[in-house]
Design a protein around this ligand. Structure first.
Ligand SMILES: O=C(O)[C@H]1O[C@@H](Oc2ccc([N+](=O)[O-])cc2)[C@H](O)[C@@H](O)[C@@H]1O
Length: 600
């Protein structure tokens, strides 16, 4: 059980949410002296820093861009006296990767994990009717007992350097929106909904968690703001006659309004949009509202020029416009839960999301892409750090499912990306993760994880845990690229026939396949890294996908080019985007558009 509410802030007659986004103060703390020197009260000689944003790409020196270690943020905010009778929280969409939140010098909360909300109750520390100081001490070092996995080295000049076991830049900071939330002492802490379709009608089972005993009401309003059902009690079921279902590319959202009452007097109110739909795996099909859907889309990243992984509504808008233009219906939040606004907008747009926990880098070989091809350095789950890693992983799974469980867009949980999966230890580890996850989702969504190429059908011990199987495969890129494409195709077919022979009777989705492609390069005949090669590679993959009826989705790696750590395998980042980093199409975008539009 989480000891804080994950509910997204809202304002109404009982609650106020005040945005703290804007220019904050900032300081690096390479000597870790901040606490002794009292920085939690006030940062000495700070610089300015925008929130939300990653700090890295604002700077003009490598020392600052690549900074690894402790860093601090500060802001001041006036808290009105009218809020005195309320509980006051400061809520961060995330802070990478671990954080200490101080209010007027008092430690209010600590949090581990950089991609899920950090909520601090500051009621006892805040001065009402005055200006208050919030200071955050954060740390972005990587290790093998927290997520995502990596290590931290020390350079000869004493500087720490993050060494990710994963292929994206270790962007850090306060990368998502910050809210000051005032809510009643007795309040709604969480709610959940699940659905049953009954002919034209829908049954909505709801549960409302509060921290008190007063009467609770639950109401549903349609898009015309007409009340369609009402009930009282902390849990129950309401019928929505002739329910307007939420569908792929055709979203419909009801407004759920929950209230706590003391007789006729309102104590608290919380409202949220919900979408009525079911998700089920039936044999080889992924079914939404009882109808099979083929997933078309991308693995993405939260990544953009200048702001790094910082949330930005403009980037979100452009990404959705590009995804609609190309005929996509789905994306995976590779390799971490995204800012909540992504899910809210996907709910509005009728997009499907595979929601992924930040369990990436669980195979040491990926620290060096040259090693990955060999499959050496496995046995990740036999080290003494595993019990702590498991704890962090379970916590992230719980926080993700609690946060995102009511979004109609979320159709599945991805509990890992490309870990080692062939040892008994990996099987035990992921059995624990899957069992915990299954107990948490009221909607019982399908569970999966993304398997890399060493997870072959004859040796993988973890695919059995999944309701549908996600494969990341690079036949024609990491394996037999360029002139060997015909052999890549053959090897790919050999593997797919082995999966077919297992007769698993579950859907498979390709969650990664792609080629690094420079928008500048054209070549006839094609050559690896040219736009023409990306098209040929995609055509080969599609020809294979279309041969197997259990393949029920294709999410290309990646939606757009994105920043990574520097190295001999990456040219200023990963270039597997179908769009470049500025969100302009490579020629493969037109190949995908043709295919996906013709599949409708
Ligand atoms: O490499 C990529 O572009 C993407 O592929 C995946 O990592 C791999 C790295 C090396 C090999 N290999 O050498 O076979 C296979 C896969 C990751 O899930 C993803 O985060 C990354 O960006």
């Amino acid at each position: 059980m989480l000891n804080f509410s994950e509910l997204y802030p809202c304002s109404n007659q009982a609650r106020m949410a005040h945005s703290l986004d804007g220019m904050w103060k900032f300081r690096f703390d390479p000597e870790e002296k901040g606490l002794q020197e009292g920085w939690q009260h006030k940062l000495p000689h700070p610089i300015s820093m925008p929130v939300p944003a990653s700090f890295a790409d604002f700077f003009t020196t490598k020392e600052e861009r690549d900074y690894c270690g402790d860093f601090w943020y500060e802001t001041e905010v006036f808290v009105p006296r009218e809020w005195e009778k309320q509980e006051l929280e400061i809520r961060f969409g995330s802070i990478t990767h671990r954080s200490f939140v101080y209010c007027n010098g008092n430690l209010a909360v600590t949090h581990e994990g950089g991609f899920l909300p950090v909520v601090a109750n500051v009621t006892d520390y805040v001065k009402f009717g005055e200006v208050n100081t919030f200071v955050i001490k954060a740390n972005n070092e990587l290790n093998e007992e927290s997520l995502p996995c990596g290590t931290t080295t020390v350079l000869s000049d004493g500087r720490k350097l993050a060494k990710p076991y994963f292929d994206f830049f270790n962007y850090s900071g306060i990368q998502r929106s910050v809210w000051l939330v005032s809510k009643p002492k007795e309040s709604i802490e969480d709610f959940s909904v699940e659905y049953e379709l009954n002919g034209e009608d829908a049954v909505v089972h709801y549960q409302i968690m509060t921290n008190g005993n007063h009467e609770v009401s639950f109401e549903l309003f349609d898009e015309a703001k007409q009340q369609v059902s009402k009930s009282t009690g902390g849990q129950g079921s309401v019928i929505v006659p002739k329910a307007h279902l939420w569908n792929v590319g055709d979203a419909y959202l009801y407004q759920a309004v929950m209230r706590i009452w003391d007789g006729e007097t309102l104590i608290d109110e919380y409202s949220s949009k919900i979408g009525i739909r079911t998700v089920k795996i039936v044999g080889k099909e992924i079914q939404i509202n009882g109808k099979a859907v083929y997933l078309k889309g991308f693995g993405k990243h939260e990544d953009f020029e200048v702001i790094g992984r910082g949330f930005n509504w403009g980037v979100l808008k452009r990404d959705f416009e590009c995804m609609k233009w190309i005929g996509a219906n789905c994306f995976r939040t590779s390799h971490y839960p995204y800012a909540e606004e992504w899910y809210q907008f996907a709910d509005e747009e009728g997009f499907l999301i595979i929601d992924e926990v930040p369990a990436v880098g669980m195979m040491r070989s990926t620290r060096n892409f040259a090693d990955a091809g060999t499959g050496q350095f496995t046995r990740f789950f036999e080290t003494p750090t595993v019990p702590n890693l498991l704890k962090a992983h379970l916590q992230a799974v719980e926080e993700m499912i609690v946060r995102d469980k009511n979004h109609p867009s979320v159709i599945a949980w991805s509990l890992f990306n490309e870990p080692e999966t062939t040892s008994e230890e990996s099987k035990d580890y992921f059995t624990t993760i899957f069992e915990a996850a299954r107990a948490l989702d009221p909607q019982k969504r399908p569970m999966t994880g993304a398997f890399e190429k060493n997870s072959q059908p004859e040796i993988c011990k973890c695919y059995q845990l999944c309701d549908f199987i996600c494969l990341n495969r690079y036949y024609g890129w990491y394996i037999k690229g360029g002139p060997e494409l015909v052999d890549a195709r053959k090897a790919f077919l050999v593997e797919m026939n082995k999966w077919k022979d297992k007769n698993l009777n579950v859907p498979f989705v390709f969650t990664e396949f792609g080629t690094d492609t420079m928008p500048s390069e054209h070549k006839l005949p094609s050559i690896m890294w040219s736009q023409e090669y990306q098209n040929e590679y995609l055509d080969m993959n599609f020809e294979i996908f279309d041969q197997f009826d259990f393949i029920q989705g294709e999410l290309v790696w990646n939606f757009a080019d994105f920043q990574t750590t520097e190295g001999i395998m990456r040219v200023n980042g990963n270039k597997k985007g179908i769009f470049d980093r500025a969100r302009q199409p490579k020629s493969a975008a037109f190949v995908l558009k043709n295919r996906w539009e013709s599949m409708d």
